[in-house]
Design a protein around this ligand. Sequence first.
Ligand SMILES: Nc1nc2c(c(=O)[nH]1)N=C([C@H](O)[C@@H](O)CO)CN2
Length: 118
Amino acid sequence: MDIIFLRELKVETLIGVYEWEKQVPQTLQIDLDIALPDSRACATDDIKDALNYADIVRRIQAELAARHFNLLEALAEHIAQIILKDFKAPWAKVSVAKLQAIRGSRMVGISIERGQIK
Ligand SMILES: Nc1nc2c(c(=O)[nH]1)N=C([C@H](O)[C@@H](O)CO)CN2
C-alpha cells in the first residue's frame, strides 16, 4: 500500500470548548497519512494519476478558516471524512495537536484512523 504523508502542517483555526477559544484563533499542528487507491502515479509520473497533496492542504485550510469545533476529536473526524469521501482515499490517519495548551507539554492532541466502509 502506498501512503502520502504530511508532517507538521500549521493551520490557524477556532478550536476549543472555552468561550475565549471561540473568539481567538489558535495554531494547530496536523499530521496526515493517506493511503492511495492505486500506485499508478509511480509508473506514469503524471500528476493526473496522483492524489495531489496540495489540493488536500488547500481544502483543509479553507475548511478550518470557516469553522469552529469544540473538540480536536470532531475536527480530526471532519478532516478524515473529507479525505475519504472527497478525495476517495481508502484509509487515512489524521493527527491534530494544540501547541502549548497544557503547561509543561509541547503539544497535546488526538490521532484517529478511518477507512472506507465496504
Ligand atoms: N479530549 C479532549 N479534551 C479536551 C479538549 C479536546 O479537544 N479534546 N479541549 C480542551 C480545551 O479546549 C483546552 O484545550 C483549552 O486549553 C480541554 N480538553
